[in-house]
Design a protein around this ligand. Structure first.
Ligand code: GLV
Ligand code: MG
Length: 309
């Protein structure tokens, strides 16, 4: 199955235990919304959250957003029932499942097989539901290349900073911000770059995790700009106020988009009409590598609704 391209500049977390938040999320301008059955839901509320998620999916009204559910992780007693209830109850309205705390390729293989069974039983197209795998501890990061290649359903790898910080013993309680006292640059760089390289090697998107200080717009802007500059496709958001900032950080500027379109046009002309592999565009030399870079920027610009003008 061709998985297609889904923009994921902003991925909004909504606890499925809260009907109020679920209702509000429908009209927000996030590219993806995921109904959370995992860490935002207390163990005693898991059953009710599952029912809420199915009802919210069936009710529809999610517009052009990618619609996801985060199930509990593969080592919990809730995970199999999450998948069966959500996919058999509302699989036609669901694009992807987010699988948290993935520590080995076997977690993804388990979900892939179970999804295949539930899709068949529910009369859904085989392979319809995609998977996003959260990499959020030392074991997951050490196995990230194998995880990224574990299933054709995979669409994205997602960094989980909160669990990751706990797993490696990072001395900070502020999720997504730099740990106080760290003098080595960006404390997340190694994890982010490893996830990004593993994702790209397997043809997947790479998504940064949340910035939990929701009223610190400056800190959010810096964290989002840094992940976007590295090459990430998007970032989680946990509050409606974070969405515009994050959408803008992961969209190319109108100037960059227009330049990318000019590069693609000029290179197309050069290689076909003039049969040349490298040409000047203004004062810059462009070649096949420039075309590839321009293609990425142009695809992100189109997804962000930019117009080359
Ligand atoms: C998200 O799940 C995180 O742990 O940061
Ligand atoms: Mg987590």
């Amino acid at each position: 199955m061709d998985r297609g391209y889904r923009p994921r500049r902003s991925c909004l977390a909504v606890p499925a235990s809260s009907s109020r938040f679920l209702a509000k999320a429908r009209d927000l301008p996030a590219d993806e919304v995921f109904l959370d059955l995992e860490d935002a839901v207390a163990p005693a509320a898991k059953d009710e959250a599952r029912e809420n998620a199915v009802a919210a999916l069936r009710a529809g009204g999610w517009g052009a957003k990618a619609v996801a559910v985060r199930v509990n992780d593969a080592t919990t007693p809730w995970a199999y029932q999450d998948v069966i209830s959500v996919v058999s109850g509302a699989g036609g309205a669901l694009d992807v499942l987010v699988l948290p705390k993935v520590t080995s390729a076997a977690h993804v293989s388990w979900l892939d097989l179970l999804l295949g069974q539930v899709e068949q039983a529910a009369g859904l197209a085989a392979g319809r539901i995609g998977i996003e795998a959260q990499i959020e501890d030392a074991a997951g990061l050490a196995a990230v290349e194998a995880i990224a290649a574990a299933s054709p359903r995979l669409e994205a790898l997602v960094f989980g900073p909160a669990d990751f910080m706990a797993s490696i013993g990072m001395r900070s309680l502020t999720v997504g911000a730099q740990p106080p006292g760290y003098a080595g640059g960006d404390a997340y760089h190694y994890a982010l770059m490893r996830i990004l390289v593993a994702a790209r090697a397997a043809g997947l998107q790479a998504i940064d995790g949340p910035y939990l200080r929701v009223h610190d717009a400056e800190g959010l802007r810096a964290a989002a700009a840094s992940a976007a500059a590295l090459g990430f496709d998007g970032k989680w958001v946990v509050h409606p106020a974070q969405i515009p900032e994050v959408n803008s950080a992961f969209s190319p500027s109108p100037g960059d988009y227009a330049r990318a379109v000019r590069i693609l046009d000029a290179y197309e002309r050069a290689t076909t009409a003039d049969r040349r592999g490298a040409v000047m565009l203004g004062d810059e030399m462009i070649d096949e590598a420039s075309r590839k870079m321009a293609q990425v920027v142009a695809a992100k610009g189109r997804a962000a609704g930019l117009d080359a003008g």
